[in-house]
Ligand binder design. Structure first.
Ligand code: APR
Ligand code: PHB
Length: 393
């Protein structure tokens, strides 16, 4: 057994764990990341791609925004297509100049991993049988195996950044934790293709055949999604079937502008809303997907992970630099307040734009009226825009 020691043990090297590591490193606080997958696997995962301004600012603070500044594409508006007509939501003018940035989570992850490598920070990839211990006592520790060797990592705090299926949330005694969940009866079929995007801005599509989304990663790489039954398999969706179905949900102008091509990635993701309360258990903090999941319709997943990390990093810095536990004590409450607002927005966008099999004709008409109201009213548009660009920390 090899004995290790650090101030903060971070479980999981997704965006949440990596960003926390980088912010702690900048503040001179020691940490070690323990990740069950390989570095290559972590760097290659394809996920969403919209950053709120506050997330961009946090990546700047962490000193990892060089590529983001060069390759991120600022967007001042989005389009919503309903009843065959496109409506522009002018995010910037509705929110006093705020905007979002199109920059893939895969790129954010790679930038953070490069910064980590450059600073020679310690990560145990491919760690097996990771377990957390004594987080409700004075001296927590983590055990794991790697390459046949056993490790024991003593620490002051454990950051559970190990995603929805991780070990941290699962280690909390049942009577200390409450979870809230809504599972949607459909999934998103996503396709990545090296073709120019159909439009300069994202198009959220509400149609009789279901939801669709036209997004992008760059001027030459597009990301498209279709609402599909959650029981569908990717093998049932040839590229040709995908493009035909997408066209059937778009307006004529977009169909004419759509450039199709071979997919370079195709996958189906289920949609879920999920929240854990509280987010701190003694010396264990949950952050990111370990604590909450949103359906991707509002593009909030990565941004919520970032806001948790903003609160957590300041709480830990405050503790080590000023010997104050205020940030630690307030962590869960502060995070959850913002989390629930983003949960509400993501649920609402999902509800408004998708087709539900169970909905009656009356439900459908009411939903259409709500969407028409939002798009015709300055108050409605402002509500949508201020949530989409991200609520303040
Ligand atoms: N031990 C160590 N690592 C683990 C364990 C475990 N038992 N279980 C899971 N992990 C790792 C996963 O392999 C993954 O690399 O934890 C990491 C969690 O990363 P993410 O799932 O990306 O979660 P997070 O960092 O919170 O990022 C949230 O990712 O899923 C999207 O929509 C989400 O954009 C949001 C972002
Ligand atoms: C994406 O580009 O992957 C994306 C964009 C906006 C969303 C969801 C996903 O709401």
């Amino acid at each position: 057994m090899e004995n290790l020691k650090t101030q903060v043990a971070i479980i999981g090297s997704g965006p949440a764990g990596l960003l926390l590591g980088q912010l702690l490193y900048k503040a001179g606080i020691s940490h070690i990341i323990i990740e069950q997958r390989s570095a290559d696997y972590v760097a290659a995962r394809i996920r969403a791609g919209i950053l709120e301004q506050v997330s961009v600012d946090l990546l700047h603070k962490a000193g990892v925004d060089e590529n983001l500044k060069q390759f991120g594409i600022p967007h001042e508006g989005i389009e919503i297509l309903t009843n065959g007509l496109k409506h522009r939501v002018d995010l910037s003018s509705l929110t006093q100049g705020k905007q979002v940035t199109v920059y893939g989570q895969t790129e954010v992850t790679k930038d953070l991993m490069h910064a980590r490598e450059a600073a020679d920070l310690c990560t145990y990839y491919e760690a097996q049988n990771v377990q957390i211990h004594d987080f409700e006592k004075q001296q927590p520790y983590v055990t794991f195996q790697k390459d046949g060797q056993s490790f024991r990592l003593a620490c002051d705090f454990i950051a559970g950044c190990d995603g929805y299926h991780g070990v941290c949330r699962a280690s909390v005694p049942q009577d200390k934790i409450k979870t809230f969940e809504k599972v949607y009866p459909f999934g998103w079929l996503g396709v990545l293709a090296d073709v120019p995007p159909v439009s300069d801005e994202l198009i959220y599509v509400q149609s009789e055949r279901g939801f669709a989304l036209c997004s992008m990663r760059s001027k030459t790489r597009s990301r498209y999604y279709l609402q599909v039954p959650v029981t569908d398999h990717v093998e049932e969706w040839s590229d040709e079937r995908f493009w035909n179905e997408l066209k059937s949900r778009l307006d004529e102008e977009s169909c004419n502008n759509l450039v199709t091509g071979a997919s370079i990635e195709k996958s189906i993701a289920p949609l879920r809303s999920f929240v854990t309360e509280p987010m701190r258990f003694g010396k264990l903090f949950l952050a990111g997907d370990a604590a909450h999941i949103v359906p991707p319709t509002g593009a909030k997943g990565l941004n919520l992970a970032a806001s948790d990390i903003a609160y957590l990093s300041s709480a830990l810095i405050e503790f080590y630099q000023r010997n104050s536990t205020q940030g630690i004590d307030e962590y869960s409450e502060k995070c959850l307040k913002r989390v629930w607002k983003a949960e509400r927005f993501s649920w609402w966008m999902t509800h408004l734009l998708h087709r539900f099999e169970t909905e009656t004709e009356f439900d459908h008409k009411i939903k259409q009226a709500e969407l028409n109201y939002i798009l015709d009213s300055n108050a409605g548009l402002t509500t949508l825009a201020e949530n989409y660009v991200g609520l303040p920390y």
